[in-house]
Design a protein around this ligand. Structure first.
Ligand code: GDP
Length: 329
């Protein structure tokens, strides 16, 4: 029987990798997003694929219950992936109302599934940010301690999903994903900001890179590995919540040093700390323990931290008209 997936927030980093993954696995995919320009870019990205006609991409707003209900009843999906969010934590302090995409959006999807597609499996993009100040390493048992509006919204959605699973019997799972990056990451996130900043410095377009908190520790993996985990946890008989992480954490300063080293530059000569970029509060050490995912799903990350940063840097060098072979050490 053919499988149809519905993806909210399909035009974001994870949505684009998930779309490609599901097409590779012979799904029909209906993806929607509020950002029409990003959807147009995604359409161009997949247009060369011979199976591109199995994807239907449309502009729709997950915060509108009627939209969501109509999408659910029209597409009759077997799987629903809820990725829609304003995902940049730094902005959520300034614009906390944007987090309604997470709270209302998740509620709309769960209600629509309960009423119109109760057999559909549901994936929720939960976040390591929900752990906030909890001690590392964090597991599925670690108590949540969110410290940003974004994390509070994600935690509300996380509990809602568990409640719909326990009370209404939906086949719903949440992936508690730690930071996952790629060349498709937006430039406001620190990984991409660093690799893009280095490319700008090497090509003579910039002389420095301004960053905020250099001491916070994050656990970085590759988005392609992490969308595979989403699919694996949804296709398990017993839906459950999983931490998805590499298990290694580094400081932002260590990330910057590694990336600058790749082009033979001393990071301390280029990185300037800018107090205006430091957040009102920042989880100090997010580092996940994904043993449960490995045991139940057979999931392990395939891309190392070093390979991730190198891939991102090479993509940014190429986008600046540079050949990584000429520039890298
Ligand atoms: P997040 O962990 O989902 O918030 O992902 P980010 O990539 O936005 O931030 C990762 C860490 O890098 C956080 O602890 C930030 O405070 C820290 N950081 C330090 N300087 C910067 C910066 O200039 N931009 C961003 N986005 N993060 C920074």
């Amino acid at each position: 029987m053919g499988r149809t997936a519905l993806i909210s927030g399909v035009a974001g980093q994870d949505g684009s990798y998930l779309l490609e993954f599901l097409l590779d696995h012979h799904y029909e995919v209906v993806g929607f997003d509020i950002d029409g320009n990003a959807l147009a870019r995604l359409t161009r990205r997949i247009t060369e694929r011979p199976d591109a006609r199995r994807a239907r991409l449309l502009v729709a707003d997950v915060t509108q219950p009627d939209n969501v209900r109509r999408l659910l009843s029209d597409t009759a999906p077997t799987e629903v992936y809820n990725l829609a969010a304003q995902s940049f934590v730094g902005r959520s302090y300034a614009d906390p109302y944007d987090d309604v995409v997470i709270t209302t959006g998740t509620l709309n999807l769960l209600e629509a599934i309960r009423r119109h597609a109760p057999e559909a499996r549901f994936y929720q993009a939960s976040s390591a940010e929900m752990f906030g100040d909890a001690a590392a390493p964090q597991t599925e048992q670690t108590p949540f301690a969110p410290v940003s509006p974004y994390a509070c919204a994600k935690l509300y959605a996380h509990h809602l999903v568990r409640m719909y699973r326990d009370v209404h019997g939906l086949k719903a799972a949440s992936g508690i994903l730690f930071n996952h990056e790629s060349p498709r990451r937006r430039r406001e996130f620190v990984t991409r900001k660093i690799t893009h900043g280095i490319a700008a410095i090497v090509s003579g377009q910039a002389t420095e890179l301004r960053l905020g908190n250099l001491d916070s520790r994050r656990d970085w993996g590759h988005a392609r590995d992490y969308v595979r985990a989403m699919w694996l946890m949804l296709n398990r008989d017993e839906p459950a919540d999983y931490v998805i992480a590499s298990g290694e954490s580094r400081t932002v300063g260590e990330l910057a040093r590694f990336a600058f080293d790749l082009v033979g530059l001393d990071w301390t000569r280029y990185v300037r700390q800018d107090a205006s970029l430091v957040r009102p509060h920042d989880p100090a050490n997010l580092c996940g323990d994904a043993q449960r995912a490995e045991a139940d799903l057979g999931w392990r990350p395939e891309v190392s931290f070093e390979a991730l940063v190198t891939e991102m840097l090479d993509a940014d060098l190429e986008a600046h008209g540079l050949d990584p072979k000429d520039v890298r050490r």
